[in-house]
Design a protein around this ligand. Structure first.
Ligand code: HH2
Length: 266
């Protein structure tokens, strides 16, 4: 799943694909690189991001979806019912829902649905997130939401542990370590690891000569490498996830992710 952020403020590529023409040609590049799905988003969900009004989000997303539909499968990355509806009218067939709240809309529209786990909401989610057991909590949340969607009649349901959404480095690593628990729920798993901050912190730790995993306890205090310098961490964790049964990888660097997948498959 290749990421196309039609936003001025996304954490890793904000502003680069904000103009529709730039977004469309970037998406075509990702398809040529091997993306099977293009995920079009008009609102950043990075920590601290400001909400975008519905009509503005529709204005950003719909022309891009319209231009690409028919050439590749399109998902719409949104938390808003009317944005999902407008994108599906324009040709999207999957709703990538970081709020895991739009299952009835997906059922009504007859499209697929991704349920992602998020603790809190983007404006505040990274302020001291806490869990009793992050793996248990995320697994139970995804199971309950997928079940509700299934009962409501959604025919295609994906689950995603939501790396970085209300989770510190230890939570993210714990979820990755136990990804088999999420896979064992029985729903196909999507992972969004690409360029995430925890990877930037691990790479910064490596640059600083901290090579031992036992030295990663204070990772959250480290200044991460910049988002466009997190490729090695993205690929390493994507390969880890593929080997543990993730069925879809949400990626900015599609060529590298597809190449890694081909090597793993071989
Ligand atoms: N991560 C982001 C956005 N949408 N959707 C799913 N299913 N899983 C994820 O991990 C996920 C997601 C954040 O990445 P990005 O879209 O690049 O940034 P922003 O939210 O700042 O636009």
């Amino acid at each position: 799943m290749g990421v196309v952020n039609v936003t001025p403020d996304s954490f890793s590529d904000g502003g680069q694909w904000f103009e529709p023409d730039a977004a469309i040609s970037h998406a075509r590049r990702l398809v040529a690189d091997g993306a099977a799905v293009i995920d079009v988003g008009g609102e950043s969900t990075r920590p601290g991001a400001a909400p975008v009004p519905e009509d503005e989000e529709i204005r950003r997303v719909v022309p891009v979806v319209e231009a690409l539909a028919g050439q590749v499968r399109i998902s719409v990355d949104t938390r808003k019912e009317n944005v999902a509806r407008a994108a599906v009218r324009a040709g999207a067939t999957l709703v990538n829902d970081v709020s895991a709240s739009l299952w009835a809309v997906a059922a009504d529209l007859g499209v697929g649905w991704v349920a992602m786990h998020m603790k809190g909401e983007p404006r505040t989610m990274q302020t001291a997130p806490r869990y009793r057991n992050v793996v248990d909590e995320v697994a139970a949340y995804l199971e309950a939401h997928a079940e509700a969607a299934s009962v409501a009649g959604v025919a295609e349901i994906w689950v995603d542990p939501g790396f970085g959404f209300g989770k510190n480095a230890e939570h993210n690593l714990s979820l990755l370590h136990h990804l088999d628990r999420i896979v064992a729920l029985g729903w196909p798993v999507v992972v969004g690891l690409s360029r995430k901050t925890t990877l930037g912190r691990l790479l910064a730790a490596s640059d600083a000569g901290r090579r031992s995993p036992s030295e990663t306890s204070s990772l959250d205090d480290l200044e991460p490498t910049p988002p466009d310098d997190r490729l090695e961490g993205s690929i390493a964790t994507q390969v880890w996830a593929m080997q543990r049964g993730a069925a879809m990888i949400r990626a900015h660097d599609v060529r590298a992710a597809v190449q890694a997948a081909q090597v793993v498959a071989a």
